[in-house]
Design a protein around this ligand. Structure first.
Ligand SMILES: Nc1ncnc2c1ncn2[C@@H]1O[C@H](COP(=O)(O)OP(=O)(O)OP(=O)(O)O)[C@@H](O)[C@H]1O
Ligand SMILES: [Mg+2]
Length: 566
Protein backbone atom coordinates (compact mmCIF):
# COMPACT_ATOMS: atom_id res chain seq x y z
CA UNK A 1 0.00 0.00 0.00
CA UNK A 2 1.26 3.44 -0.83
CA UNK A 3 2.31 5.71 1.98
CA UNK A 4 -0.35 8.30 1.30
CA UNK A 5 -3.10 5.69 1.69
CA UNK A 6 -2.03 5.27 5.32
CA UNK A 7 -2.24 9.03 5.77
CA UNK A 8 -5.66 8.94 4.14
CA UNK A 9 -6.79 6.57 6.89
CA UNK A 10 -5.03 8.37 9.76
CA UNK A 11 -6.38 11.80 8.82
CA UNK A 12 -10.07 11.00 9.45
CA UNK A 13 -9.26 9.04 12.64
CA UNK A 14 -7.57 12.07 14.17
CA UNK A 15 -10.36 14.23 12.83
CA UNK A 16 -12.92 12.17 14.79
CA UNK A 17 -10.81 12.64 17.93
CA UNK A 18 -10.78 16.38 17.29
CA UNK A 19 -14.57 16.36 16.90
CA UNK A 20 -14.96 14.53 20.22
CA UNK A 21 -12.94 17.31 21.87
CA UNK A 22 -15.07 19.97 20.21
CA UNK A 23 -18.20 18.25 21.46
CA UNK A 24 -16.99 17.95 25.10
CA UNK A 25 -16.18 21.62 25.46
CA UNK A 26 -19.72 23.13 25.36
CA UNK A 27 -20.93 20.39 27.70
CA UNK A 28 -18.18 21.17 30.22
CA UNK A 29 -19.00 24.85 29.86
CA UNK A 30 -22.64 24.26 30.76
CA UNK A 31 -21.50 22.32 33.85
CA UNK A 32 -19.32 25.25 34.94
CA UNK A 33 -22.23 27.69 34.60
CA UNK A 34 -25.04 25.54 35.99
CA UNK A 35 -23.15 23.86 38.83
CA UNK A 36 -19.97 25.84 39.51
CA UNK A 37 -21.29 29.37 39.12
CA UNK A 38 -24.80 28.73 40.50
CA UNK A 39 -23.33 27.03 43.61
CA UNK A 40 -20.36 29.45 43.73
CA UNK A 41 -18.10 26.37 43.89
CA UNK A 42 -14.63 27.68 42.92
CA UNK A 43 -12.99 24.27 43.21
CA UNK A 44 -15.50 22.78 40.80
CA UNK A 45 -15.01 25.64 38.38
CA UNK A 46 -11.21 25.24 38.44
CA UNK A 47 -11.41 21.47 38.14
CA UNK A 48 -13.83 21.41 35.21
CA UNK A 49 -12.12 24.48 33.71
CA UNK A 50 -8.82 22.59 33.65
CA UNK A 51 -10.46 19.59 32.01
CA UNK A 52 -11.93 21.98 29.47
CA UNK A 53 -8.52 23.50 28.71
CA UNK A 54 -7.10 19.96 28.42
CA UNK A 55 -9.87 18.97 26.02
CA UNK A 56 -9.32 22.10 23.96
CA UNK A 57 -5.55 21.47 23.79
CA UNK A 58 -6.07 17.84 22.81
CA UNK A 59 -8.63 18.83 20.16
CA UNK A 60 -6.15 21.33 18.79
CA UNK A 61 -3.38 18.75 18.73
CA UNK A 62 -5.55 16.16 17.00
CA UNK A 63 -6.70 18.84 14.57
CA UNK A 64 -3.11 19.72 13.65
CA UNK A 65 -2.12 16.07 13.25
CA UNK A 66 -5.20 15.37 11.17
CA UNK A 67 -4.56 18.39 8.93
CA UNK A 68 -0.98 17.25 8.56
CA UNK A 69 -1.96 13.75 7.47
CA UNK A 70 -4.64 15.20 5.21
CA UNK A 71 -2.06 17.35 3.47
CA UNK A 72 0.31 14.41 3.05
CA UNK A 73 -2.47 12.25 1.66
CA UNK A 74 -3.67 14.98 -0.72
CA UNK A 75 -0.26 15.94 -2.07
CA UNK A 76 0.85 12.31 -2.20
CA UNK A 77 -2.23 11.34 -4.14
CA UNK A 78 -1.81 14.28 -6.52
CA UNK A 79 1.83 13.35 -7.12
CA UNK A 80 0.89 9.76 -7.83
CA UNK A 81 -1.83 10.76 -10.28
CA UNK A 82 0.50 13.23 -11.96
CA UNK A 83 3.12 10.52 -12.35
CA UNK A 84 0.67 7.97 -13.76
CA UNK A 85 -0.84 10.50 -16.14
CA UNK A 86 2.59 11.60 -17.31
CA UNK A 87 3.51 7.97 -17.87
CA UNK A 88 0.35 7.42 -19.87
CA UNK A 89 1.03 10.46 -22.04
CA UNK A 90 4.47 9.06 -22.88
CA UNK A 91 2.70 6.06 -24.43
CA UNK A 92 0.37 8.24 -26.47
CA UNK A 93 0.39 7.85 -30.22
CA UNK A 94 0.66 10.88 -32.48
CA UNK A 95 -3.09 10.59 -33.08
CA UNK A 96 -3.76 10.74 -29.31
CA UNK A 97 -1.59 13.86 -29.07
CA UNK A 98 -3.50 15.45 -31.96
CA UNK A 99 -6.74 14.70 -30.11
CA UNK A 100 -5.82 16.14 -26.71
CA UNK A 101 -3.52 18.98 -27.81
CA UNK A 102 -0.38 19.75 -25.88
CA UNK A 103 -1.75 22.74 -23.98
CA UNK A 104 -4.70 20.80 -22.64
CA UNK A 105 -2.35 18.04 -21.52
CA UNK A 106 -0.26 20.62 -19.69
CA UNK A 107 -3.34 22.02 -17.91
CA UNK A 108 -4.44 18.54 -16.95
CA UNK A 109 -1.02 17.56 -15.66
CA UNK A 110 -0.65 20.73 -13.59
CA UNK A 111 -3.89 22.46 -12.71
CA UNK A 112 -6.21 19.43 -12.67
CA UNK A 113 -3.80 17.27 -10.68
CA UNK A 114 -3.37 20.09 -8.12
CA UNK A 115 -7.13 20.46 -7.80
CA UNK A 116 -7.52 16.75 -7.19
CA UNK A 117 -4.85 16.92 -4.48
CA UNK A 118 -6.46 19.88 -2.74
CA UNK A 119 -9.93 18.42 -2.93
CA UNK A 120 -8.68 15.10 -1.57
CA UNK A 121 -7.06 16.90 1.32
CA UNK A 122 -10.19 18.88 2.10
CA UNK A 123 -12.57 15.99 1.60
CA UNK A 124 -10.63 13.78 3.94
CA UNK A 125 -11.13 16.38 6.64
CA UNK A 126 -14.49 17.89 5.91
CA UNK A 127 -16.27 14.76 4.74
CA UNK A 128 -15.48 13.23 8.11
CA UNK A 129 -15.67 16.24 10.34
CA UNK A 130 -19.02 17.55 9.17
CA UNK A 131 -21.21 14.44 9.59
CA UNK A 132 -19.60 13.44 12.89
CA UNK A 133 -19.79 16.91 14.36
CA UNK A 134 -23.40 17.16 13.22
CA UNK A 135 -24.32 13.77 14.64
CA UNK A 136 -22.67 14.30 18.05
CA UNK A 137 -23.93 17.86 18.36
CA UNK A 138 -27.48 16.73 17.52
CA UNK A 139 -27.33 14.01 20.16
CA UNK A 140 -26.05 16.47 22.75
CA UNK A 141 -28.66 19.09 21.85
CA UNK A 142 -31.51 16.56 22.11
CA UNK A 143 -30.07 15.36 25.37
CA UNK A 144 -30.05 18.82 26.84
CA UNK A 145 -33.50 19.81 25.75
CA UNK A 146 -35.54 17.72 23.34
CA UNK A 147 -38.38 20.20 22.99
CA UNK A 148 -36.05 23.07 22.12
CA UNK A 149 -34.19 20.83 19.70
CA UNK A 150 -37.27 20.84 17.52
CA UNK A 151 -35.96 24.06 15.91
CA UNK A 152 -33.79 21.73 13.87
CA UNK A 153 -36.86 20.45 12.16
CA UNK A 154 -37.16 23.80 10.44
CA UNK A 155 -33.54 24.81 10.12
CA UNK A 156 -32.08 21.58 8.74
CA UNK A 157 -34.54 20.98 5.88
CA UNK A 158 -34.31 24.65 4.91
CA UNK A 159 -30.53 24.49 4.72
CA UNK A 160 -30.66 21.23 2.79
CA UNK A 161 -33.14 22.78 0.34
CA UNK A 162 -30.86 25.74 -0.37
CA UNK A 163 -27.88 23.50 -0.92
CA UNK A 164 -29.90 21.13 -3.08
CA UNK A 165 -31.02 24.03 -5.23
CA UNK A 166 -27.59 25.42 -5.91
CA UNK A 167 -25.35 22.36 -6.19
CA UNK A 168 -26.73 20.89 -9.44
CA UNK A 169 -25.86 24.15 -11.14
CA UNK A 170 -22.27 23.98 -9.98
CA UNK A 171 -20.94 20.91 -11.78
CA UNK A 172 -21.31 22.10 -15.38
CA UNK A 173 -19.88 25.42 -14.29
CA UNK A 174 -16.76 23.86 -12.88
CA UNK A 175 -16.32 21.82 -16.03
CA UNK A 176 -16.66 24.96 -18.08
CA UNK A 177 -14.14 26.65 -15.84
CA UNK A 178 -11.51 23.98 -16.56
CA UNK A 179 -11.98 24.26 -20.31
CA UNK A 180 -11.53 28.02 -19.99
CA UNK A 181 -8.27 27.43 -18.15
CA UNK A 182 -7.31 25.15 -21.04
CA UNK A 183 -7.99 27.90 -23.53
CA UNK A 184 -5.89 30.42 -21.66
CA UNK A 185 -3.05 27.94 -21.34
CA UNK A 186 -3.27 27.11 -25.03
CA UNK A 187 -2.69 30.72 -25.95
CA UNK A 188 0.14 31.13 -23.44
CA UNK A 189 1.85 28.05 -24.76
CA UNK A 190 1.44 29.00 -28.40
CA UNK A 191 2.62 32.52 -27.75
CA UNK A 192 5.65 31.59 -25.70
CA UNK A 193 6.87 28.89 -28.07
CA UNK A 194 6.55 31.34 -30.93
CA UNK A 195 7.52 34.50 -29.03
CA UNK A 196 10.38 35.30 -31.41
CA UNK A 197 8.06 35.13 -34.41
CA UNK A 198 5.53 37.27 -32.57
CA UNK A 199 8.17 39.92 -31.97
CA UNK A 200 9.57 39.86 -35.46
CA UNK A 201 6.09 40.33 -36.89
CA UNK A 202 5.28 43.01 -34.32
CA UNK A 203 2.19 41.07 -33.34
CA UNK A 204 2.43 41.80 -29.61
CA UNK A 205 -0.64 44.04 -29.55
CA UNK A 206 -2.68 41.54 -31.49
CA UNK A 207 -1.56 38.71 -29.21
CA UNK A 208 -2.39 40.77 -26.12
CA UNK A 209 -5.87 41.33 -27.48
CA UNK A 210 -6.32 37.65 -28.23
CA UNK A 211 -5.08 36.83 -24.73
CA UNK A 212 -7.31 39.43 -23.11
CA UNK A 213 -10.41 37.93 -24.72
CA UNK A 214 -9.72 34.50 -23.35
CA UNK A 215 -8.44 35.80 -20.04
CA UNK A 216 -11.62 37.84 -19.53
CA UNK A 217 -13.68 34.86 -20.50
CA UNK A 218 -11.91 32.82 -17.83
CA UNK A 219 -12.38 35.58 -15.27
CA UNK A 220 -16.10 35.85 -16.00
CA UNK A 221 -16.65 32.11 -15.83
CA UNK A 222 -14.73 31.96 -12.56
CA UNK A 223 -16.73 34.87 -11.17
CA UNK A 224 -19.99 33.25 -12.13
CA UNK A 225 -18.94 29.95 -10.58
CA UNK A 226 -17.76 31.59 -7.39
CA UNK A 227 -20.88 33.77 -7.13
CA UNK A 228 -22.86 30.57 -6.62
CA UNK A 229 -20.63 29.66 -3.71
CA UNK A 230 -20.75 33.17 -2.34
CA UNK A 231 -24.56 33.37 -2.32
CA UNK A 232 -24.85 30.12 -0.40
CA UNK A 233 -22.89 31.53 2.54
CA UNK A 234 -25.04 34.56 3.52
CA UNK A 235 -28.19 32.49 3.10
CA UNK A 236 -26.89 29.87 5.46
CA UNK A 237 -25.72 32.57 7.87
CA UNK A 238 -29.22 33.97 7.90
CA UNK A 239 -30.61 30.56 8.84
CA UNK A 240 -28.01 30.15 11.61
CA UNK A 241 -28.80 33.55 13.17
CA UNK A 242 -32.57 33.09 12.89
CA UNK A 243 -32.25 29.72 14.59
CA UNK A 244 -30.16 31.23 17.39
CA UNK A 245 -32.77 33.95 17.91
CA UNK A 246 -35.55 31.34 18.01
CA UNK A 247 -33.56 29.29 20.54
CA UNK A 248 -32.91 32.37 22.69
CA UNK A 249 -36.59 33.26 22.60
CA UNK A 250 -37.95 29.83 23.52
CA UNK A 251 -34.98 28.95 25.75
CA UNK A 252 -35.36 32.28 27.61
CA UNK A 253 -38.93 31.39 28.39
CA UNK A 254 -37.88 27.97 29.69
CA UNK A 255 -35.21 29.57 31.90
CA UNK A 256 -37.84 31.93 33.38
CA UNK A 257 -40.05 28.93 33.99
CA UNK A 258 -37.09 27.21 35.68
CA UNK A 259 -37.07 24.19 33.35
CA UNK A 260 -33.68 24.98 31.84
CA UNK A 261 -30.33 26.23 33.22
CA UNK A 262 -28.45 29.23 31.73
CA UNK A 263 -25.43 27.03 31.10
CA UNK A 264 -27.58 24.57 29.26
CA UNK A 265 -28.85 27.31 26.98
CA UNK A 266 -25.30 28.52 26.26
CA UNK A 267 -24.12 25.02 25.37
CA UNK A 268 -27.32 24.37 23.43
CA UNK A 269 -26.62 27.40 21.24
CA UNK A 270 -23.07 26.18 20.67
CA UNK A 271 -24.39 22.78 19.59
CA UNK A 272 -26.95 24.13 17.16
CA UNK A 273 -24.28 26.40 15.68
CA UNK A 274 -22.09 23.34 15.29
CA UNK A 275 -24.88 21.46 13.54
CA UNK A 276 -25.61 24.28 11.13
CA UNK A 277 -21.93 24.94 10.46
CA UNK A 278 -21.55 21.24 9.71
CA UNK A 279 -24.31 21.56 7.17
CA UNK A 280 -22.49 24.50 5.65
CA UNK A 281 -19.33 22.46 5.59
CA UNK A 282 -21.15 19.62 3.87
CA UNK A 283 -22.37 21.99 1.18
CA UNK A 284 -18.90 23.37 0.77
CA UNK A 285 -17.57 19.85 0.58
CA UNK A 286 -20.00 18.97 -2.20
CA UNK A 287 -18.95 22.07 -4.05
CA UNK A 288 -15.31 21.09 -3.78
CA UNK A 289 -16.20 17.57 -4.68
CA UNK A 290 -17.88 18.74 -7.86
CA UNK A 291 -14.88 20.88 -8.71
CA UNK A 292 -12.65 17.89 -8.08
CA UNK A 293 -14.82 15.54 -10.06
CA UNK A 294 -14.58 17.84 -13.11
CA UNK A 295 -10.81 17.49 -12.84
CA UNK A 296 -11.00 13.78 -12.14
CA UNK A 297 -12.99 13.16 -15.31
CA UNK A 298 -10.43 15.14 -17.29
CA UNK A 299 -7.63 12.99 -15.87
CA UNK A 300 -9.60 9.78 -16.36
CA UNK A 301 -10.05 10.74 -19.99
CA UNK A 302 -6.27 10.57 -20.34
CA UNK A 303 -5.85 7.42 -18.27
CA UNK A 304 -8.56 5.57 -20.16
CA UNK A 305 -7.24 6.51 -23.59
CA UNK A 306 -5.67 3.62 -25.36
CA UNK A 307 -3.22 4.14 -28.13
CA UNK A 308 -4.67 2.81 -31.35
CA UNK A 309 -1.13 1.74 -32.24
CA UNK A 310 -1.35 -1.72 -30.70
CA UNK A 311 1.54 -4.02 -30.01
CA UNK A 312 1.33 -7.28 -31.95
CA UNK A 313 0.50 -10.38 -29.90
CA UNK A 314 3.66 -12.09 -31.00
CA UNK A 315 5.94 -9.12 -31.62
CA UNK A 316 8.94 -9.74 -33.85
CA UNK A 317 12.13 -8.30 -32.46
CA UNK A 318 14.41 -8.44 -35.47
CA UNK A 319 14.38 -6.63 -38.76
CA UNK A 320 15.68 -8.82 -41.55
CA UNK A 321 16.81 -5.95 -43.74
CA UNK A 322 16.04 -2.36 -44.62
CA UNK A 323 13.62 -2.94 -47.46
CA UNK A 324 10.37 -0.98 -47.46
CA UNK A 325 7.24 -1.59 -49.47
CA UNK A 326 3.88 0.14 -49.64
CA UNK A 327 1.01 -1.89 -50.97
CA UNK A 328 -2.10 0.11 -51.96
CA UNK A 329 -1.81 2.27 -48.87
CA UNK A 330 -4.43 4.89 -48.09
CA UNK A 331 -4.42 7.06 -45.01
CA UNK A 332 -6.80 9.43 -43.35
CA UNK A 333 -5.87 11.40 -40.20
CA UNK A 334 -8.12 10.36 -37.29
CA UNK A 335 -11.02 12.79 -37.08
CA UNK A 336 -10.36 14.18 -40.54
CA UNK A 337 -12.75 13.65 -43.46
CA UNK A 338 -10.12 13.86 -46.15
CA UNK A 339 -8.04 10.97 -47.41
CA UNK A 340 -4.54 12.34 -47.08
CA UNK A 341 -2.77 9.48 -48.87
CA UNK A 342 -4.43 7.73 -51.76
CA UNK A 343 -3.50 4.28 -53.00
CA UNK A 344 0.26 4.44 -52.61
CA UNK A 345 2.37 1.52 -53.82
CA UNK A 346 6.15 1.31 -54.24
CA UNK A 347 9.12 -0.81 -53.24
CA UNK A 348 12.49 0.15 -51.85
CA UNK A 349 15.29 -2.41 -51.74
CA UNK A 350 17.49 -2.60 -48.68
CA UNK A 351 20.34 -0.12 -48.97
CA UNK A 352 18.75 2.03 -51.65
CA UNK A 353 18.57 5.80 -51.44
CA UNK A 354 15.16 7.19 -52.24
CA UNK A 355 14.19 10.82 -52.67
CA UNK A 356 10.70 12.21 -52.14
CA UNK A 357 9.80 15.57 -53.58
CA UNK A 358 6.56 17.47 -54.06
CA UNK A 359 4.88 20.72 -53.16
CA UNK A 360 4.10 21.56 -49.55
CA UNK A 361 1.05 19.75 -48.29
CA UNK A 362 1.47 16.96 -50.85
CA UNK A 363 1.63 14.46 -47.95
CA UNK A 364 5.33 13.61 -47.99
CA UNK A 365 5.60 13.68 -44.19
CA UNK A 366 2.36 11.76 -43.83
CA UNK A 367 3.72 9.03 -46.09
CA UNK A 368 6.96 8.41 -44.21
CA UNK A 369 5.28 8.58 -40.78
CA UNK A 370 3.67 5.25 -41.60
CA UNK A 371 7.03 3.45 -41.78
CA UNK A 372 7.94 3.63 -38.04
CA UNK A 373 4.20 3.35 -37.23
CA UNK A 374 3.75 6.85 -35.90
CA UNK A 375 0.32 6.38 -37.42
CA UNK A 376 -1.24 3.17 -38.73
CA UNK A 377 -2.50 2.87 -42.30
CA UNK A 378 -6.22 3.20 -42.93
CA UNK A 379 -6.08 0.77 -45.82
CA UNK A 380 -3.37 -1.35 -47.41
CA UNK A 381 -0.10 -2.50 -45.95
CA UNK A 382 3.32 -1.09 -45.14
CA UNK A 383 6.10 -3.66 -45.01
CA UNK A 384 9.59 -3.31 -43.61
CA UNK A 385 12.12 -6.12 -44.03
CA UNK A 386 9.40 -8.13 -45.79
CA UNK A 387 6.94 -8.05 -42.87
CA UNK A 388 3.96 -5.86 -42.08
CA UNK A 389 5.10 -3.11 -39.69
CA UNK A 390 2.26 -4.11 -37.35
CA UNK A 391 3.96 -7.44 -36.70
CA UNK A 392 7.05 -5.90 -35.13
CA UNK A 393 7.73 -5.02 -31.55
CA UNK A 394 7.18 -1.25 -31.68
CA UNK A 395 10.41 -0.42 -29.87
CA UNK A 396 12.47 -2.57 -32.21
CA UNK A 397 10.79 -1.04 -35.24
CA UNK A 398 11.41 2.53 -34.08
CA UNK A 399 14.99 1.72 -33.12
CA UNK A 400 15.72 0.32 -36.53
CA UNK A 401 13.82 2.98 -38.45
CA UNK A 402 15.41 6.29 -37.49
CA UNK A 403 13.22 9.24 -38.29
CA UNK A 404 14.63 12.75 -38.30
CA UNK A 405 11.42 14.71 -37.94
CA UNK A 406 10.70 17.80 -39.97
CA UNK A 407 9.81 19.68 -36.79
CA UNK A 408 12.75 18.39 -34.84
CA UNK A 409 14.00 19.51 -31.52
CA UNK A 410 16.87 19.08 -29.12
CA UNK A 411 16.48 18.91 -25.36
CA UNK A 412 18.15 20.99 -22.70
CA UNK A 413 21.36 19.39 -21.50
CA UNK A 414 24.70 18.89 -23.23
CA UNK A 415 25.41 17.83 -26.80
CA UNK A 416 26.57 14.47 -25.45
CA UNK A 417 23.33 13.96 -23.50
CA UNK A 418 21.34 14.71 -26.63
CA UNK A 419 23.38 12.27 -28.66
CA UNK A 420 22.86 9.53 -26.08
CA UNK A 421 19.17 9.61 -26.93
CA UNK A 422 20.18 7.70 -30.04
CA UNK A 423 22.08 5.09 -28.08
CA UNK A 424 22.51 5.43 -24.36
CA UNK A 425 25.67 3.30 -24.33
CA UNK A 426 27.45 5.17 -27.10
CA UNK A 427 31.10 6.01 -26.44
CA UNK A 428 32.55 9.43 -27.21
CA UNK A 429 34.26 7.91 -30.27
CA UNK A 430 30.94 6.67 -31.59
CA UNK A 431 29.33 10.04 -30.95
CA UNK A 432 32.13 11.87 -32.72
CA UNK A 433 31.91 9.46 -35.64
CA UNK A 434 28.18 10.15 -36.01
CA UNK A 435 28.76 13.89 -35.69
CA UNK A 436 31.40 13.67 -38.41
CA UNK A 437 29.07 11.72 -40.69
CA UNK A 438 26.37 14.36 -40.20
CA UNK A 439 28.97 17.12 -40.85
CA UNK A 440 28.32 18.46 -37.35
CA UNK A 441 31.77 17.76 -35.90
CA UNK A 442 33.22 20.69 -37.85
CA UNK A 443 31.38 23.13 -35.57
CA UNK A 444 31.12 21.01 -32.41
CA UNK A 445 34.91 20.51 -32.38
CA UNK A 446 35.34 24.28 -32.30
CA UNK A 447 33.63 24.57 -28.93
CA UNK A 448 36.10 24.60 -26.08
CA UNK A 449 33.92 22.23 -24.10
CA UNK A 450 33.20 20.07 -27.17
CA UNK A 451 30.60 17.40 -26.40
CA UNK A 452 29.86 19.06 -23.06
CA UNK A 453 28.63 22.20 -24.80
CA UNK A 454 25.25 23.29 -23.45
CA UNK A 455 22.07 22.84 -25.40
CA UNK A 456 19.29 25.23 -24.40
CA UNK A 457 15.66 24.20 -24.35
CA UNK A 458 14.60 23.25 -27.88
CA UNK A 459 18.20 23.73 -29.07
CA UNK A 460 17.62 27.46 -29.45
CA UNK A 461 21.31 28.29 -29.10
CA UNK A 462 22.14 26.62 -32.43
CA UNK A 463 21.48 27.81 -35.94
CA UNK A 464 18.83 26.00 -37.97
CA UNK A 465 21.44 24.17 -40.04
CA UNK A 466 23.50 23.21 -36.95
CA UNK A 467 20.44 21.86 -35.23
CA UNK A 468 19.52 19.81 -38.28
CA UNK A 469 22.98 18.26 -38.44
CA UNK A 470 22.89 17.42 -34.73
CA UNK A 471 19.52 15.70 -35.12
CA UNK A 472 20.86 13.67 -38.05
CA UNK A 473 23.83 12.59 -35.92
CA UNK A 474 21.49 11.64 -33.08
CA UNK A 475 19.49 9.44 -35.47
CA UNK A 476 22.63 7.82 -36.89
CA UNK A 477 23.71 6.77 -33.39
CA UNK A 478 20.75 4.42 -33.27
CA UNK A 479 22.60 2.38 -35.94
CA UNK A 480 19.35 1.96 -37.81
CA UNK A 481 18.64 -0.11 -40.90
CA UNK A 482 16.49 2.64 -42.39
CA UNK A 483 16.88 6.38 -41.95
CA UNK A 484 14.26 8.92 -42.94
CA UNK A 485 15.35 12.52 -43.32
CA UNK A 486 12.27 14.73 -43.51
CA UNK A 487 13.49 18.01 -44.94
CA UNK A 488 16.44 17.59 -42.60
CA UNK A 489 19.00 19.50 -44.61
CA UNK A 490 16.76 22.36 -45.70
CA UNK A 491 18.75 24.85 -43.62
CA UNK A 492 22.14 23.37 -44.45
CA UNK A 493 24.19 25.04 -47.20
CA UNK A 494 24.43 23.18 -50.49
CA UNK A 495 28.12 22.28 -50.15
CA UNK A 496 27.61 20.71 -46.71
CA UNK A 497 24.44 19.05 -47.93
CA UNK A 498 26.47 17.45 -50.74
CA UNK A 499 29.01 16.20 -48.19
CA UNK A 500 26.26 14.58 -46.12
CA UNK A 501 24.89 12.87 -49.23
CA UNK A 502 28.38 11.67 -50.07
CA UNK A 503 28.62 10.01 -46.62
CA UNK A 504 25.30 8.22 -47.17
CA UNK A 505 26.54 6.99 -50.54
CA UNK A 506 29.88 5.68 -49.30
CA UNK A 507 30.27 5.04 -45.55
CA UNK A 508 26.57 4.34 -44.99
CA UNK A 509 25.76 2.70 -48.29
CA UNK A 510 24.08 -0.30 -46.64
CA UNK A 511 21.62 1.97 -44.88
CA UNK A 512 18.27 2.46 -46.60
CA UNK A 513 17.95 6.21 -46.87
CA UNK A 514 14.74 8.09 -47.54
CA UNK A 515 15.27 11.77 -48.11
CA UNK A 516 12.41 14.25 -48.33
CA UNK A 517 13.63 17.48 -49.81
CA UNK A 518 12.53 20.65 -51.49
CA UNK A 519 15.83 21.00 -53.37
CA UNK A 520 16.41 18.77 -56.38
CA UNK A 521 20.13 18.85 -55.58
CA UNK A 522 19.48 16.96 -52.32
CA UNK A 523 17.94 13.98 -54.10
CA UNK A 524 19.28 14.19 -57.62
CA UNK A 525 21.55 11.18 -57.20
CA UNK A 526 19.05 8.97 -55.41
CA UNK A 527 18.40 5.50 -56.85
CA UNK A 528 14.75 6.35 -57.06
CA UNK A 529 12.68 9.50 -56.65
CA UNK A 530 8.97 9.64 -55.78
CA UNK A 531 7.17 12.75 -56.95
CA UNK A 532 4.19 13.42 -54.69
CA UNK A 533 1.18 15.43 -55.73
CA UNK A 534 -1.98 15.87 -53.66
CA UNK A 535 -1.55 12.69 -51.69
CA UNK A 536 -0.66 10.51 -54.67
CA UNK A 537 2.54 9.40 -56.33
CA UNK A 538 2.57 11.40 -59.55
CA UNK A 539 5.59 9.57 -60.94
CA UNK A 540 8.54 7.52 -59.88
CA UNK A 541 12.01 6.98 -61.36
CA UNK A 542 15.54 8.33 -61.31
CA UNK A 543 16.45 11.93 -62.04
CA UNK A 544 17.11 11.46 -65.75
CA UNK A 545 13.86 9.59 -66.32
CA UNK A 546 11.74 12.04 -64.35
CA UNK A 547 13.11 15.03 -66.22
CA UNK A 548 11.48 13.64 -69.33
CA UNK A 549 8.44 11.87 -67.89
CA UNK A 550 7.21 14.03 -64.97
CA UNK A 551 5.88 17.51 -65.71
CA UNK A 552 5.88 18.37 -62.01
CA UNK A 553 9.48 17.25 -61.51
CA UNK A 554 10.58 19.13 -64.62
CA UNK A 555 8.85 22.25 -63.39
CA UNK A 556 10.58 22.08 -60.00
CA UNK A 557 13.89 21.40 -61.74
CA UNK A 558 13.48 24.31 -64.15
CA UNK A 559 12.44 26.73 -61.41
CA UNK A 560 15.45 25.80 -59.25
CA UNK A 561 17.87 26.02 -62.17
CA UNK A 562 16.59 29.49 -62.96
CA UNK A 563 17.02 30.35 -59.32
CA UNK A 564 20.69 29.33 -59.53
CA UNK A 565 21.25 31.11 -62.83
CA UNK A 566 19.80 34.38 -61.57
N1 LIG B 1 -1.75 15.84 -37.50
C1 LIG B 1 -2.54 16.10 -38.55
N2 LIG B 1 -3.88 16.01 -38.42
C2 LIG B 1 -4.69 16.28 -39.49
N3 LIG B 1 -4.25 16.62 -40.71
C3 LIG B 1 -2.93 16.72 -40.90
C4 LIG B 1 -2.01 16.46 -39.83
N4 LIG B 1 -0.77 16.65 -40.30
C5 LIG B 1 -0.90 16.99 -41.61
N5 LIG B 1 -2.19 17.04 -41.97
C6 LIG B 1 -2.71 17.35 -43.32
O1 LIG B 1 -2.21 16.40 -44.24
C7 LIG B 1 -1.84 17.00 -45.45
C8 LIG B 1 -0.42 16.59 -45.82
O2 LIG B 1 0.49 17.12 -44.85
P1 LIG B 1 2.00 16.72 -44.83
O3 LIG B 1 2.59 17.28 -43.60
O4 LIG B 1 2.14 15.27 -45.05
O5 LIG B 1 2.56 17.50 -46.10
P2 LIG B 1 4.06 17.62 -46.57
O6 LIG B 1 4.09 17.15 -47.99
O7 LIG B 1 4.99 16.98 -45.64
O8 LIG B 1 4.26 19.19 -46.58
P3 LIG B 1 5.61 20.03 -46.31
O9 LIG B 1 6.43 19.97 -47.53
O10 LIG B 1 5.10 21.41 -46.07
O11 LIG B 1 6.27 19.44 -45.13
C9 LIG B 1 -2.00 18.49 -45.28
O12 LIG B 1 -3.15 18.88 -45.98
C10 LIG B 1 -2.21 18.70 -43.80
O13 LIG B 1 -3.17 19.68 -43.58
MG1 LIG C 1 6.37 17.65 -44.34
Amino acid sequence: MRKYSIYAILCPIFMILEVLGDICIPYLMSRIVDIGIVNRDINYIVEVGLIMVGAALLAMLFGIVSAHFGARAGFGFAAEIRQQTFKKVQDFSFANLDHFTVSSLITRLTNDCNTIGQVTMMSLRMAVRAPFLMLFALIMAFNINASLARVFMVAVPLTAAIIGMILPKARPLFQKLQTRVDRVNAIIQENLTGIRVVKSFNRQKHEEKRFKERNDDLKNTALYAISLVITIMPMLNLIIYSTIIAVLWFGGKQISAGTMGEGELISFITYITQVLISLMMISFFFMQFLRGSASVSRILEILSTTSEIKESERPIKRLKDGSVSFNHVSFCYPGSQETTLKDISFNIKSGETVGIIGSTGSSKTTLVQLIPRLYDVTEGQVKVGGLDVREYDIKTLRDKVAFVLQKNTLFSGTIRENMLWGNENATDEQIIKALKQAQAWEFVSKYEDGLDHRVEQGGDNFSGGQKQRLTIARALLKSPKIIILDDSTSAVDMATDAKIQQVFKTELKDLTTIIIAQRISSIQYADKILVMHQGKIESMGDHDTLITTSPIYREIYESQRKGVAM
